[in-house]
Structures are given as structure tokens and as C-alpha cells.
Design a protein around this ligand. Structure first.
Ligand SMILES: Nc1ncnc2c1ncn2[C@@H]1O[C@H](COP(=O)(O)OP(=O)(O)OP(=O)(O)O)[C@@H](O)[C@H]1O
Ligand SMILES: O=C(O)[C@H](O)COP(=O)(O)O
Length: 399
């Protein structure tokens, strides 16, 4: 069991809330799906209702420990202002003079958003000094960032070393996510089919290995598929691939065979020489991707194959788009997948920032049973792993 914000006495306190505001942005840094921001509102409102001053913190994208303007949390600040109908101050640094001064003078009812945590290298290295500097800003720590709970990062893990059971807990979103995944997906109605795609192959391959004993079928599309296709000996041109994971991909396929889990891979793709909206495209089988071309979406035959694979599913878990859906030319496979899952007579669970964006753009959000704000995090939870960010907030006998 996880400690809840409701278990704490937060009245009038300065509360640090770790959120996952890692939202999809377009080329003009407009937020294309604000689900992760909207999902944080109940916890923020609860703190406001209890007379707290609030420090919000999040990462956005994967800057490498230095400031990169395109990853500023400024679009999130604007969206929060609109959703809360309230001023939200954005600090210009993370633990520097601006952030610490603004945090120190924050009054009840005021909200400070720290700049992107990953602008500081201490975040991803789970650095104690960085975590302590964050912790020193507040009296209470709340984790509401389900999407990043699988990362032992400073604002998720090390920071909890500076709080105790009476001053740290999970927010409402984190509690809801954990409850849902644990209750429903540990005892799924069968057939249980997992559909995975996207581009984070290294981050999600291990999750596939652990998912195998739990699922009946595994559908692999998106950028993820090419590591598997290459492992099978196919020439995939310039498609996205992780060459050092070919053996691992083969092991997944062997293990699936041993367990009787059927794996479905693309049979055709939409290929182009460049990943751009004005690129010339070709529909080719996976055996015929021309040299110098790359697969950027699943093709129509694959969409049909995947639809058939899902026809008898009673539980569907989808994580990772089927193609580069951000560009209209390569979005059809992802939208078709969204429609198929939305129409299925099954319990349907969607996870991941971009995957949730696909579902929203396809107009299918209301048809899904549950849309998780976590991608990698929800996969790891469903595999049965203990997430570092959740473990540190476990309820003990004394609370
Ligand atoms: N064939 C492909 N080639 C290159 N990139 C691809 C391909 N298919 C999908 N992608 C990219 O994958 C990205 C999304 O993958 P990702 O694994 O991050 O999914 P997600 O739903 O955001 O999950 P998470 O929340 O864990 O990040 C998109 O930006 C999309 O353009
Ligand atoms: O989008 C996500 O899955 C989370 O925000 C975690 O992001 P990360 O994969 O860059 O750690």
C-alpha cells in the first residue's frame, strides 16, 4: 500500500509536488495533448484548499543536464495558469538563486513551477546533493508523477531521504494509476493482448520479456518492430534500430515460442527517405524496404493483420504509436490502431504520453477503459516490478 496525501497534515505547509509534465509538443512548442497537466490538477487543488504554498517540479523531454530552450516548461506554465485560472510563477533555474529565492518567499495559495529538472545533471543521476537542495525548499513532498516512477531519479527517489512518513506521500493521480494497474491487469480477462510500438526500444524491451508470461499475444509495431525484423535477418534500410539489442530481440521471440505466446510483426510499411511531411512515400513489404529508405508507419496489410490479432481480445494493453504519427503522412497506422482498440469489446488500457496523444487526436479517448499517464512506468508496473518511486512511499505499520 502506498501512503496517500490524505494521510498527511498538509494544512498551511509548503508542498513540493513532483509531476510528470512531459507532454508532447509540436514544432512551435504548443502542447498537443495536455492530459498529463490536467491529471495533476486534483492534487494541486487539494493543496490549495488546505492553504498550502505549492512548488511544482517536472522534467520535459531528455535534455542532458544543461539548459535547452526547447525543453523549457514555459508552455506548461501557460497551460497550468489556464486550467487553474491562477498565476503560476516559473523560476528561471532549478535549484539556483532564482528558484530558491522564489521558493523561500512563496505565500499560501501561491504556485511556483521550477524549470525543467533535467536541466540539472543531478536529476537523472539521482544525486543526493541535488535532491537535498530540492527538498530544502519545502515541508512536504508529494509524488504525483506516475509516468516517471520507474526512474530512480533525484526528484523521485533520493528526495524522499529528506522527508519521513508524515511528510511524504503519493498524490491522487499516482494512487489512481497504481490501483488500476494492480487490480485490473494482474488478473486480466483473457485473451490478453499487448500492443507495443514507439521508439524507446532499449527502455521497453526488458518490459516485453517480463510481459510474456502474462499475455496471450504480443503485437509489435512502430519503431520497436525494426529491431525484431532485423533480428530475423531482414534488411530494414535506414529504419530506426538498436543493433546492440538484436540478440535480446531474438531471445524475446524464442521465449514467446516456448510460452506459446504468438508474436505479430509488421508485414508491410510506409517507407520514405526522409522523415518529413513532404517526403515521397512507398508502400512496401518488410522484405522490400529499399536501401536508404526507412519504415515510418505500418502499412495497410499490417493494420489488417493486427486487427485480426485483436479480434478476440478481452483485455488490450497499448503502449507506443505504430508510426511517426506527428506527421500526417505516417499517422494512419496509429489512428487505425486507435480505432480498432476503441471499438473492441474488451477492457482497453492505453499508456504513454505519445500514445495518449494519438488516442486523443483520433477522437477515441472516451472509448478507452483507462488511459494511463505512464508509458514505460505502466509497462513496468504491469510486468509486476516494484517501481523505485512507489517503493519509497510504501505504507508502514506505524502510519
Ligand atoms: N517507425 C518509426 N520510426 C521512428 N520513430 C517512430 C516510429 N514509430 C513511432 N515512432 C516514434 O515513437 C515516438 C513515441 O514512442 P514512445 O515509446 O516514446 O511512446 P509513448 O507513448 O510516448 O511512451 P512513453 O510515455 O513511455 O514515452 C513518437 O515520437 C513516434 O514518432
Ligand atoms: O514519457 C514518459 O514515459 C515519462 O515522462 C518518462 O520519461 P523518460 O522516458 O524520458 O524518463
Amino acid at each position: 500500500m502506498i501512503r496517500s496525501i490524505r494521510d498527511l497534515d498538509i494544512a498551511g505547509k509548503k508542498v513540493f509536488i513532483r509531476c510528470d509534465f512531459n507532454v508532447p509538443l509540436d514544432e512551435f512548442t504548443n502542447i498537443t495533448d495536455d492530459r498529463r497537466v490536467r491529471s495533476a490538477i486534483p492534487t494541486i487543488r487539494y493543496c490549495l484548499d488546505h492553504g498550502c504554498s505549492i512548488i511544482l517540479a517536472s522534467h520535459l523531454g531528455r535534455p542532458k543536464g544543461a539548459v535547452e530552450e526547447k525543453y523549457s516548461l514555459s508552455p506548461v506554465q501557460m497551460r497550468l495558469k489556464r486550467l487553474l485560472d491562477k498565476e503560476v510563477i516559473l523560476s528561471s533555474d532549478v535549484i539556483g538563486k532564482d528558484a530558491t529565492e522564489k521558493a523561500a518567499t512563496l505565500q499560501a495559495g501561491e504556485i511556483l513551477l521550477l524549470e525543467n529538472l533535467r536541466f540539472h545533471k543531478g536529476e537523472t543521476s539521482n544525486d543526493e546533493a541535488f535532491a537535498k537542495a530540492l527538498a530544502d525548499m519545502a515541508d512536504v513532498y508529494i509524488n504525483d508523477a506516475f509516468g516517471v516512477c520507474h526512474r530512480a531519479h533525484a526528484s523521485v527517489e533520493a528526495i524522499t531521504h529528506y522527508f519521513n512518513e508524515k511528510t511524504s506521500a503519493a498524490g491522487f493521480l499516482l494512487q489512481k494509476e497504481i490501483e488500476f494497474s494492480r487490480n485490473l491487469l494482474r488478473r486480466p480477462t483473457r485473451p490478453f493482448v499487448a500492443v507495443v510500438g514507439g521508439s524507446k526500444v532499449s527502455g521497453k524491451l526488458q518490459a516485453l520479456v517480463n510481459l510474456l508470461p502474462r499475455v496471450d499475444k504480443l503485437v509489435i509495431g512502430g519503431g520497436m518492430a525494426f529491431t525484431f525484423l532485423k533480428a530475423q535477418g531482414l534488411d530494414i534500410g535506414n529504419s530506426i534500430v538498436e543493433d546492440d539489442l538484436l540478440d535480446e530481440a531474438n531471445r524475446v521471440m524464442e521465449e514467446a515460442k516456448r510460452l506459446g505466446v504468438k508474436i505479430y510483426l509488421p508485414v508491410d510499411v510506409v517507407a520514405a527517405q526522409t522523415c518529413s511531411q513532404d517526403a515521397t512515400i512507398k508502400f512496401v513489404t518488410v522484405q522490400e524496404i529499399p536501401k536508404g529508405w526507412m519504415g515510418l508507419d505500418i502499412g495497410p496489410a499490417t493494420s489488417r493483420l493486427f486487427r485480426e490479432a485483436l479480434a478476440d481480445a478481452q483485455t488490450i494493453l497499448w503502449n507506443g504509436p505504430m508510426g511517426v504519427f506527428e506527421l500526417e503522412k505516417f499517422s494512419k497506422g496509429s489512428f487505425k490502431m486507435s480505432h480498432v482498440i476503441a471499438e473492441a469489446h474488451a477492457t482497453t488500457v492505453v499508456g504513454g504520453g505519445d500514445t495518449a496523444d494519438v488516442v486523443a487526436r483520433a477522437g477515441d479517448a472516451d472509448e478507452m477503459t483507462f488511459i494511463s499517464t505512464g508509458g514505460g512506468a505502466s509497462l513496468e508496473l504491469i510486468e509486476g516490478k516494484e517501481l523505485p518511486g512507489v517503493k519509497v512511499l510504501a505504507k508502514s505499520e506505524n502510519v
